[in-house]
Design a protein around this ligand. Sequence first.
Ligand code: SF4
Ligand code: SF4
Length: 431
Amino acid sequence: MAKQLIFLFVLLITLGVFAWTMSRIFSFFNLTKSAFPVRNIGKRINITLKVAIGQSKILRWPFTGLLHALVFWGFMVITFGSFEMVIDGLAGTERVLGTFGIVYDIIIGSGDVFAAIVLIAILVFLARRLFLSIGRFKGEEIKTISKIDANIALTMILLLMVSLLGMNIGYVALHGNNQIGVYPVSQWLAGYITSGMTIYGANIFHEVNWWAHILLIFIFANILPYSKHFHVFTSIPNVFLSRLEPLGYLPNMGNVMNEVKLMMNPEAANVEAPPISRFGVKDVEDTSWKNYADALACTECGRCTAVCPAAITGKKLSPRKIFVDLRARMKEKGPGLIKNGIDYSDNKSLIRDYISEEELWACTTCNACAQECPININHPTLILDMRRYLVMEEAAAPAGLNMMFTNIENNGAPWQRGPEERLEWTESLNA
Ligand code: SF4
Ligand code: SF4
């Protein structure tokens, strides 16, 4: 009973802290603007199965992709055992879901094998981060704290797997042939680790690892929201909420469309539309819920920047940085906006204080970043919205573009020639 009470106490603290953190992070969605209606549920489920569960984009990188996919699939199976541990902890039972028989054996046996696979994969990831110089892990936006954060998260996953295997080994040592479930790896390891151990010793070994494992899960769950590994929670929903249009599609601005309709055909326009508060995106309160969801889900893997032609050719643009900056800016300004209202200003903005004009104009809108992102983040739409702000509110486009805009205004075409000169080039053709 004492164990159950202690477990309940720890669980309540864990859930309380987690709920507080989540409510704070998710309250920032109230500051964002609408993006698109979430329709086509069937199509979204298909994308989620393929991209998130099937890890189709991750697997484009054969070695690290396969390791990441194994870690992901391993976590999905192992979560079943974690859920069982919570029930056992509250009810004072042991392996309570063993009543599912063969299904239980398959899931718990797979979890035991996956624990070993995940452990090896994490060792490889840690070695890559600590001893190799990987270009993808570098960049202005990857601060020392991000590197420490990644190493802490990987170490915690490593400890989670060690304690899971330790718990299973202890269980096998305690119960011998009467065990519930199958433990291929732990059974084999038990022959080396717990052979000759007394029942008392095996019990202590099992209890220590049981508590270590569940406490690590609770701590890890509460650290994740402050870490780039928050994608453990956010990546699957983010894939489900992907933009469904073809990648080259750049959405029109609803408020500008409405203004044009008012001019061309007032009957077709929404005359009740609220007044326009901002053209494009200057700061976090101008971004859409999808932009912020993308920022929360970004794993900082750098696959987008690795394929970006602007970044590759030395321009000052990293698509990963756009979302790292948005997340940091929301964390900075979000609390002030919540407290003081949407007109709150701290005399800073996402544009210029975080993302420079040079970065924004370096983008070719080629969509390579969005194509490559393993969780379907769409960078060009946000970059375009920030450019829209610069052009429409500050007339701060590069000189070449300003000339083109003037030509369109005066000549109806991007060239410095009037309509009457437009066909002059055909004269030499004798057509
Ligand atoms: S935007 Fe996508 S590809 Fe780029 S770092 Fe984030 S998760 Fe990786
Ligand atoms: S769309 Fe822009 S940010 Fe993305 S890869 Fe192309 S140039 Fe880079």
